[in-house]
Design a protein around this ligand. Structure first.
Ligand code: UD1
Ligand code: CA
Length: 466
């Protein structure tokens, strides 16, 4: 179920597309669903901003069937849409149906496995996954026939709790197993005369019990897995839980993470053993970091691949970069998409690279912009050197062959090639190719006027202009 707006988030973004651990809530839930059912048996009910939700699922490369719920009239109504869709398709409904909530994202495959197994072994029409969190406020409460038995009387939503029921500690997780036929037979009897004016799926429990069907509940082993995300604060609580789990996984694999609670590490990130992450590091998206690296504080690495024994000094920003072993970056280096940094290369402070390869052992240590450049091995780029890659219409390539020396504050106006081992004098503006081994000077000659200052003072005293 992923059709709801998420009113309590007060956000323009549909709730199920809000992210925890760097991934949309819905994608976490679909990933869990895929561990118990093949994609062609997964239905995703969408409604609020349906196109945006469908596009996000498709962009993640996930194939599931979508069911439209154009008007979001409650979780019971969502299942009515599914029923109609299956009936219209002429397909035989599955014997059993596992229902997941798009905003309960931490649910784990093992828990779903045991829920399904319990449902089948109990031969129940409905099985509810429950939990007993420290604060049950806001959740529907599951009322058992008798304490200590599996059988349930019904589910009461927070707003409908009587004063006596307010103390009920067992919450409905919003995750259920149904015998499909029993569920479908009762959806038509749901009423929307309640606090929200919605058709509650939760009311099916009492309807089934009233019809003499068996409804049972089973408590999840881990409360955190079934916590919902109705507000940004709840979402950030789940985000922290998920990221801490990721940090723990990495630490178990030999990664040192100082102050892990300050680091922002997405769920899919990989880091090799003996790498050290200092406080306030962010590793995002599909980032992979090798072994024995050190990533200093305040570096943010997105969708980048780092080899072994790399030093990222403080405050580096990497996006879509590939960095080979032993490279040293920063502080404050900015590697944009398509940056390929060679073995042992140095990219120093306030150096920006984009769509640029910097060969093995090459150095750009200070204050440079290197865009659309192919730079060979052992090249030295002086402080402040810049590639002028854009002429206002198109981008052009700068090629620096192996062993080139670019003097400080030079501008390389692309397209331009500097041959192997050539020297560019400091302060040059290079507009023409330079052959291998040459020295190119692209600046006007200095003029020096000896004694000029004293002469000027004397002229001023006489009152004449000079
Ligand atoms: C629901 C349960 C509550 C349970 C809680 C657990 C109901 C009536 N209540 O409450 O007992 O404790 O989950 O987290 O079910 N959705 C649709 N279509 C709709 C409405 C909702 O697809 O018309 C989807 C939402 O996108 C969401 C899920 O169903 O993913 C749950 O809806 P939500 O409104 O968050 O229900 P809760 O109030 O949290
Ligand atoms: Ca919810």
């Amino acid at each position: 179920m992923a059709a709801g707006k998420g009113t309590r988030l007060k956000s323009a973004r549909p709730k199920v597309l809000h992210e925890i651990g760097g991934q949309a809530l819905l994608l976490h839930v679909i990933a869990a669903a895929k561990t118990v059912a093949p994609p062609e048996k997964i239905y995703c009910i969408v409604g609020h901003e349906a196109d945006r939700v469908k596009a996000a699922v498709a962009a993640a490369g996930v194939l599931v069937a979508f069911v439209d719920q154009p008007e979001q009239r409650g979780t019971g109504h969502a299942l009515k849409m599914l029923k109609a869709e299956i009936e219209l398709s002429g397909k035989t409904p599955p014997a059993n149906l596992l229902v997941l909530s798009g905003d309960v994202p931490l649910i784990q495959p093992a828990t779903l496995d045991s829920l399904c197994a319990f449902h089948l072994s109990e031969k129940a029409a409905m099985t509810i996954l429950t939990a007993v969190p420290p604060d049950p406020t806001g959740y529907g409460r599951v009322l058992r026939k008798q304490a200590g038995t599996a059988e349930v009387l019904g589910i009461v939503e927070q707003k409908a709790l009587t004063p006596e029921q307010l103390g009920s500690p067992e919450i409905n997780s919003g995750i259920y197993c149904f015998q499909t036929a029993a569920l479908f037979a009762h959806l038509g009897f749901l009423s929307d005369s309640n606090a929200h004016g919605e058709f509650y799926l939760t009311d099916v429990a009492a309807l089934l019990v009233g019809a003499g069907e068996r409804v049972v509940a089973t408590v999840a082993a881990n409360v955190d897995e079934v916590l919902g995300a109705n507000t940004i604060a709840e979402m950030m609580h789940l985000d922290a839980a998920m990221r801490l789990a990721t940090a723990r996984r990495l630490m178990a694999e030999g990664v040192t993470i100082f102050r892990p609670e300050t680091c922002v590490i997405d769920a899919g990130v990989e880091v090799g053993a003996d790498t050290v992450l200092e406080p306030y590091v962010q590793l995002l998206g599909k980032t992979k970091v090798g072994s024995r690296c050190r990533i200093r504080s305040y570096s943010v690495v997105q969708d980048s691949v780092l080899g072994d024994e790399i030093l990222l000094r403080n405050g580096c920003v990497l996006d879509g970069a590939t960095v080979s072993d032993h490279a040293m970056l920063g502080p404050y280096a900015h590697l944009r998409p398509g940056s390929l940094i060679g073995d042992g290369a140095h990219v120093g402070n306030f150096v920006e690279t984009k769509n640029t390869s910097l060969g093995k052992g090459s150095k750009a240590n200070h204050l440079s912009y290197l865009g659309d450049a192919v730079i060979g091995e052992g090249v030295n780029i002086g402080a402040g050197a810049i590639t002028c890659n854009y002429d206002g219409v198109a981008k052009h390539t700068t090629t620096l062959e192996d062993g080139v020396f670019v003097g400080s504050d030079s501008t390389l106006v692309a397209p331009v090639t500097v041959g192997e081992g050539a020297y560019i004098a400091a302060g040059s503006c290079i507009t023409e190719d330079v052959p291998p081994g040459a020295l190119a000077l692209g600046r006007s000659r200095q003029t020096t006027k000896p004694g000029w200052v004293a002469g000027r003072k004397a002229a001023k005293q006489k009152g004449t202009k000079r």
